[in-house]
Design a protein around this ligand. Structure first.
Ligand code: FES
Length: 78
C-alpha cells in the first residue's frame, strides 16, 4: 500500500528501510532520508510514525551514516 503519495513510497518500503538500516530510525524524516527523499507535504508522517512504532527497536547503525553511533550508545543518551 502506498503510504506517501508525494514520494510513491509503500509501507513495505518503509519497513524494509527500517529493518535494513544499521541505525535506529525514530522519525519519518530519518526514514525518508535513508530512502533518498524528503518529507514534502507531511500528510504521511503519522502513518510513517505508526509503521516505525510497530517495528521492533533496532540497535544498529545507519548504512548512510556508517560512523554514527546508535542512539542508545551515544554519549549522553538516556
Ligand atoms: S504524502 Fe508523504 S510527503 Fe506528501
Amino acid at each position: 500500500m502506498i503510504v506517501c503519495s508525494c514520494n510513491i513510497i509503500s509501507d513495505h518500503d518503509i519497513r524494509d528501510a527500517v529493518v535494513a538500516t544499521d541505525d535506529a530510525l525514530f522519525s519519518p524524516a530519518q526514514v525518508y532520508d535513508c530512502l533518498g527523499c524528503t518529507v514534502r507535504c507531511g500528510r504521511c508522517s503519522q502513518s510513517v510514525r505508526r509503521i516505525i512504532d510497530e517495528l521492533p527497536p533496532r540497535d544498529m547503525r545507519c548504512t548512510k551514516h556508517p560512523n554514527s553511533l546508535p542512539a542508545s550508545s551515544s554519549p549522553g543518551a538516556i
